[in-house]
Write a protein that binds this ligand. Structure first.
Ligand code: CRA
Length: 832
């Protein structure tokens, strides 16, 4: 395997390895080598950014070393790998995570000190990899972290958007303003470009079917280059290092010399520009599909490039195609990558000469589909005309799949025309549309929802016909999980240190069930004191952040109540802020003496609104407006304050999550598929205020309902209540009307009484998200929170018991469950 002299190579590689040691002196040398040779700088010329780059590159060297070992082991052992296709990977920052996973943070801290920098400041230079919108993208990041830690061979496939999720700033009026996020501006030391592994991807052109299911053709059209950039994902104290491969689009001919010579300067670069546009920006909406052409191009470009890569790897094994599913499992993260199904079929039939039936069987054993939402506005359909124009061969294949599929449905349910229409891959209408979720369900081996309640609703509400047709076993549940590395060990050193001290080792970081042992300390007064002290460290860190980024002065003893997530009507930030207004109105009625008996409260909000989502943006305006009024009210602000923190991100979450006393997960029952920040807050010793929805249900079962604050209507009642609203028979509680009156008076909108009318009118016109039905029980739950918080000792006990029960919500558990029950992929020991 070595070109040239084996000994020469081995000696050289050995000497490279020896240079990766972690003594401070060696680390100094490694960093300075990058300063001198990679950055080509002199010590006097090193600023924080340069130090970040040089030191991060020295860390990358260590990651790359493990990475190569991992990939070599996987290849030599011919293991089955899982490929996680996700249009979003919300990785956040990589540097601190790598230092902790490799257990070299102390050396770097000391080294940077000696070289004249503070590690903390240098870590702060890194920009978040914001290649995602929210839960779905962060879930992908947590899962890759866990595959590495658990030794499961995995690749993440995604797009390398040159602009990630937009940066959110607030205008002086308190409205959201979106600013681009060109995160790659000063380079990314954590990626490795693989220019040699670029592949060509076709769009448009002409297609023809083969006869009797034989090879068809696809010719003409435009070819675009897909260039991979690899990001190493280290396991915790493990050699195993998996990869996120992110594709960048490039023009095939970057410059048209003939056009340039003819004086057509624009035309000379147009084609390249158009090609590059595919990965120029992440679509900034969550749980909503706009059906834009560029989005479909992104989806095809990404899935085709990824499958190309996977097939190339498979061909090297020289196995028959029927063995493909023995080496390859592809997890489709929501419907976004569904085009992978007709694309693999196309490769097998048109390029590899497989018979249709055999090819379809290979496809169905390769793919697995996770459904992340029930929101009708998020379920993807693409117009048949658009698919046919962009991907003519794929449209034929989709029609052929549909033909065989509907014939089979007809055999099982003869004469049931309505059923055929409901199940068809094509929705009739004008225009006709391809239903991507139907294609994902029948082209996959298993379909899973992301929490128990959601998985049930996926079967009963979304795909009941498919459950009857394919059988119950085709559907399953894997409740989401989070990585304790980032979401406790890294973001909350104060609590992590305490837990490690109590449990005697760091074993819990990779075996989260061990937190159970904390229960025996729940009544230990000394331990409780330390627990509360750790929380105060985190509260102070957040309060410092708030005071340095907003004009607020906050009460550091106040109960910190946090709701951070995308702004969406179904997540009901409006319920929260209406509750805050109610609290304010009551405080105003109290005497100063009475007020002193009230538990002071700091309500923190954060989250981005999709740029075109009017109601969500108005909700932000309402929150910031209330914040201004409260903060200006000298009588009240000590007892109640509201902070809207701009530009919620992974890094900001790392500051917020450890600091909460209460966090709010208050979606209308049946609307939030799982939620994952709920798990993070509880893991960090905050308590849950939530509805009986998504993973809240299982969190409540695990932590014990006595440690959570649940309220609100239950999912089975939602339909009936909505009908009641539509029939105009709904009741509006006086407490809600009091708040509405205050808003209409202009008290929170500088006299502009109708500013928030569009928001209020949704409550009085159908109230789809059932604010009026849940308002009273929400206020009740908040009252119980206040009452419980007064008794500090029993409050801390609840927090300890909650954290102790979070083991099940580890993403290690989730990926192991996927590996065993869905992918049939085994962990690999890299050290042997
Ligand atoms: N928006 C759900 O809404 C869930 C995550 C991850 C979401 C969340 O409740 O926790 O997925 N769905 O499973 C989604 O993106 C396209 O659907 C989300 O992040």
């Amino acid at each position: 395997i070595f070109p040239g002299e084996e000994k020469a190579w081995k000696d050289a590689l050995k000497s490279n390895e020896q240079q990766l040691t972690n003594d401070v002196k060696d680390v100094n040398a490694q960093i300075s080598r990058h300063v001198e040779f990679t950055l080509s700088r002199q010590p006097f010329n090193v600023d924080e950014l340069a130090m970040y780059q040089a030191s991060a590159l020295s860390v990358r060297d260590k990651l790359v070393h493990n990475w190569n070992k991992t990939q070599t082991a996987h290849t030599e052992k011919k293991v089955k790998r899982v490929y996680y296709f996700s249009l979003e990977f919300l990785l956040g920052r990589a540097y601190d995570n790598a230092l902790l996973n490799l257990d070299i943070k102390q050396s770097y801290d000391e080294s940077l000190k000696q070289l004249g920098f503070s590690l903390e400041d240098v870590l702060d230079v890194e920009r978040d990899m914001g290649l995602g919108n929210g839960g779905l993208g962060r879930l992908a990041a947590c899962y890759l972290d866990s595959t590495s830690t658990c030794g499961i061979p995995a690749w993440g496939y995604t797009l390398r958007y040159s602009n990630g999720i937009f940066k959110q700033v607030l205008s002086s009026k308190g409205d959201q303003v979106e600013i681009p996020d060109p995160w790659l501006e000063s380079g990314n030391p954590f990626e490795v470009p693989r220019l040699d592994a670029a592949v060509e991807i076709k769009l448009y052109g002409q297609a023809s079917r083969g006869e009797n299911g034989k090879a068809g053709t696809w010719t003409g059209g435009t070819d675009i280059l897909a260039v991979p950039y690899d990001i190493p994902i280290p396991g915790f104290r493990a050699t195993a290092t998996n990869t996120v491969r992110a594709w960048r689009s490039r023009g095939k001919v970057s410059f048209d010399l003939a056009a340039f010579n003819a004086g057509a300067y624009d035309a000379a670069v147009r084609e390249a520009e158009e090609a590059e546009t595919i990965t120029r920006v992440l679509y900034p909406s969550e749980n909503h599909e706009a059906g834009k052409t560029l989005r479909l191009k992104q989806q095809y470009f990404w899935t085709a490039a990824s499958l190309h890569d996977i097939c190339r790897r498979f061909r090297k094994l020289r196995e028959p195609w029927s063995a493909f599913p023995d080496y390859v499992a592809v997890q489709l993260n929501d419907t976004h990558p569904t085009l992978a199904i007709p694309e693999l079929l196309r490769i097998l039939v048109d390029e590899e000469g497989q018979e249709w039936d055999e090819a379809w069987s290979i496809v169905r054993r390769t793919f697995f589909y996770t459904c992340h939402t029930l929101m009708p506005e998020a379920l993807e359909t693409w117009s048949v005309d658009l698919v046919g124009w962009l991907l003519p061969r794929h449209l034929q294949i989709i029609y052929d799949i549909n033909f065989h599929f509907l014939a089979d449905v007809e055999r099982k349910f003869p004469g049931d025309r309505a059923r055929l229409a409901r199940m068809s891959l094509i929705e009739e209408g004008s225009p006709k549309r391809v239903r991507m979720s139907h294609l994902a369900v029948i082209g996959s081996h298993k379909v899973n929802g992301v929490a128990e309640l959601h998985s049930e609703l996926v079967q009963s509400q979304l795909f009941p016909d498919f459950v009857e047709y394919l059988g119950r076993d085709h559907f399953t549940n894997v409740t989401n999980g989070i990585t304790a590395r980032r979401w406790l060990y890294q973001c909350n050193p104060a609590l992590s240190t305490l837990i490690t001290k109590a449990l005697g080792s760091e074993h819990w970081v990779t075996h989260l069930d061990e937190l159970k042992k904390l229960q025996k300390f729940a009544k230990n007064e000394a331990f409780k004191k330390e627990w509360a002290a750790a929380k105060q460290v985190n509260r102070n860190r957040l309060c410092d952040y708030i005071e340095s980024t907003t004009e607020l002065k906050v009460n550091r003893k106040a109960l910190i109540d946090i709701q951070v997530k995308r702004i969406h009507e179904y997540k009901r930030q409006s319920l929260n802020i209406l509750g805050v207004i109610y609290r304010y109105l009551q405080l105003k009625k109290m005497s100063p003496e009475e007020r002193k008996r009230v538990v002071p409260r700091l309500s923190v909000f954060g989250g981005k609104a999709a740029p075109g989502y009017y109601m969500a943006k108005l909700t932000i305006r309402l929150i910031t407006a209330v914040s201004k009024v409260l903060n200006a009210d000298e009588e009240i602000r000590e007892f109640l304050n509201v902070a809207f923190l701009a530009d919620y991100s992974v890094s900001l979450a790392e500051i917020l999550i450890p600091a909460s006393d209460i966090s709010e997960h208050i979606s209308t029952a049946g609307t939030e598929a799982s939620g994952t920040s709920n798990m993070k807050f509880l893991l960090n010793g905050g308590l849950l205020l939530g509805t009986v929805d998504g993973a809240n249900v299982e969190l409540g079962q695990a932590a014990g309902e006595e440690n959570c604050f649940f309220f609100g209507v239950l999912e089975p009642d939602v339909r009936e209540l909505r009908l009641r609203h539509q029939a105009g028979q709904a009741q509006y509680p006086p407490q809600l009307l009091e708040v509405v009156d205050a808003l209409r008076s202009g008290q929170f909108s500088a006299g502009e009484g109708d500013l928030f009318e569009p928001l209020l009118s949704t409550i009085f016109n159908g109230d789809f998200y059932l604010l009026s039905d849940d308002f009273l029980s929400y206020l009740e739950a908040q009252k119980m929170v206040d009452a419980a918080f007064v008794d500090t000792s029993s409050w801390v006990e609840k927090c300890i018991n909650t954290t102790a029960c979070m083991g099940r919500f580890s993403s290690d558990r989730a990926v192991q469950q996927y590996a065993e029950e869905i992918w049939n992929v085994e962990p690999v020991d890299i050290s042997q």
